[in-house]
Design a protein around this ligand. Structure first.
Ligand SMILES: [Zn+2]
Length: 110
């Protein structure tokens, strides 16, 4: 059993590197319905959520491990992953063309 401090656990695990970090250091991605995945900027939306460091390395690792469908507890199609990438791209400035190609290649494999 992992010890949890009283008064709200503000740490979440990144989908890519599996490090525990404070929520405000992570991006929250929420899902409400199959194939509906959005970035929860304020981290206040309900639904099932997953957290990711805003870093390309973690994004790549999460895609390679097919972590998205597992964490959001539903199959995530290539189209949904591509949409999510588009949102992440708008949200952050660290996605390069190379990363986009890798993302698409990984998404196709599943
Ligand atoms: Zn990470």
């Amino acid at each position: 059993m992992r010890e949890r401090r009283k008064g709200g656990n503000k740490e979440r695990r990144c989908l890519g590197c599996f490090q525990l970090r404070r929520k405000e250091q992570l991006l929250r991605i929420a899902t409400f319905a199959p194939e509906c995945v959005i970035i929860d900027e304020a981290q206040r939306l309900g639904g099932r959520g997953a957290y990711l460091c805003p870093m390309a390395d973690c994004l790549i690792a999460s895609v390679k491990r097919r972590q998205w469908g597992r964490s959001l507890r539903q199959p995530i199609s290539e189209q949904t992953l591509t949409d999510l990438l588009r949102q992440l791209k708008r949200h952050t400035l660290w996605l390069t063309g190379d990363l986009q190609r890798l993302w698409q290649r990984e998404a196709v494999k599943r």
